[in-house]
Design a protein around this ligand. Structure first.
Ligand code: FES
Length: 109
């Protein structure tokens, strides 16, 4: 387990997202209740970051992750693209663990 969490659960709006930097790369966390998902902030369409506004990763209804550039929609829990120019493709998901309210990158043992 890393020494410090990436962020705390309460740092992430519910539902909502939070920009993070992991090993120098842009990433983000999305929260749904007590569950957190971590993704690299890179759209599979043409590789742009998904958000323009910090923390703004979800669509209007806050039911899906939405890319700000061309509107691709992704399932929050899987990163699978269900609509838009990269339909059928996938965000890169990173394994994470919630330990005592801290969000940790889950390194392989
Ligand atoms: S860069 Fe994300 S939909 Fe085009």
């Amino acid at each position: 387990m890393p020494a410090a969490p990436l962020c705390r659960l309460e740092d992430i709006p519910d539902p909502g997202g939070l920009d993070l930097t992991i090993d120098g790369e842009a990433c983000f966390a999305v929260r749904q209740g007590g569950t957190v998902y971590l993704y690299r902030n890179r759209c599979p369409h043409i590789g742009l970051p998904l958000n323009i506004i910090p923390g703004r990763f979800l669509d209007y209804d806050r039911q899906h992750i939405q890319c700000s550039s061309h509107g691709a929609l992704f399932e929050i829990g899987s990163g699978h693209c269900i609509a838009g120019p990269c339909r059928g493709q996938q965000l890169e998901i990173l394994p994470c663990q919630l330990i005592k309210g801290g969000v940790f990158l889950h390194a392989a043992d």
